[in-house]
Design a protein around this ligand. Sequence first.
Ligand code: GCO
Ligand code: MG
Length: 402
Amino acid sequence: MKITEARLIVCSPDRNFVTLKLCTDEGIYGLGDATLNGRELAVASYLSEHVLPCLIGRDPFAIEDIWQTLYRGAYWRRGPVTMTAIAAVDVALWDIKGKALNTPVYNLLGGRSRQGVLVYAHANGKDIEEAVDSVRRHMEAGYLAVRAQCGVPGVAGSYGVPKGGKPYEPAERGLPGEGVWSTERYLNFVPSLFEKLRVDLGPEVHLLHDVHHRLTPIEAARLGKALEPYRLFWMEDPCPAELQESFELIRRHTTTPLATGEVFNSVWDAHELIRRQWIDYLRMSIVHGGGITHAKKTADFAALYHVRTGFHGATDLSPVTMAAALHFGLAIHNFGIQEHMPHTRLTDEVFPHEYSFAEGYMHPGDAAGLGVDIDEKLAAKCPYQRAYLPVARKLDGTLTDW
Ligand code: GCO
Ligand code: MG
């Protein structure tokens, strides 16, 4: 089999997605996601200018060799743009291989290790009452794990809380918006949210919380300690993680489980975090972390250190990535949990897929390959729209981590 065509589809069915379609001389094609939120066209151009011409004529079954060629062969290694581009090619190749062998991708990764993939939903509210209500509604819809975010009094536009009753969507069309941030107000407030959640909703539901990189390590340590009575499933991205030893400090002070890595793009970003057991869950996704090939190596390394996966799955990761994550999560042994932020109906129409949700778990379906397709005609009706993630400023105007 040979790759005969490599095509990029850039579309915006309610939000932007970059999708790679690799076609072969046997009529089989594979899809890969290349979406990097707010920097979409950088990856599109990296692929179309520098990667796709090199793929024509290659054997799509040679996944490892193509991965190494794109990684080592570029000389310039790592980085979100490069690793997202590599991921798109890699995932499309796994899709092709599954279809060619007439088996779902999970069978190529070791086969089913569990019945379904535990997922967590996003709940939020402008105040505690709304947030508790939102968690309750997600539990009623069948979710066993829910991330809770809440407006902080005196902090307009707190992270994770949508404006005007719309579902939360991280990127906004146009140029970057600005939010306000106060660590002091946040730290004083958050424990009361989780206290109320446990009092009202009981001990069973898995509760998660995303700090979104906003604290210093010692502030994060204080929060982790304060949240211990409420037994969180995890506290996510408590501080920026470029300095991996920050987590040693947090870890020393709290038994609240820690998750990080949605902005990571290779195992090297998490090497010390894993090796020193400073985290419990790794969030690096298949799309931003070099595809299934690199995720498998990273997860196997993490397994040696009791670290489990908790992959990023916000709406900026397309249904192609969701499908890949579900095949992966069904197969590997050290799977922990998968984020599930449902896409809009229009996105689901552009990307018809086999995966499904029932009673807290998702399943990738048993179609050959990834079980996800793209309706190119519909995609063409939804052209790219410039959109950015917002930035955040402290009350005195200093730019801080969003
Ligand atoms: C999460 C997130 C996201 C990110 C977004 C950035 O789901 O845990 O932190 O919502 O902010 O994916 O593009
Ligand atoms: Mg997050």
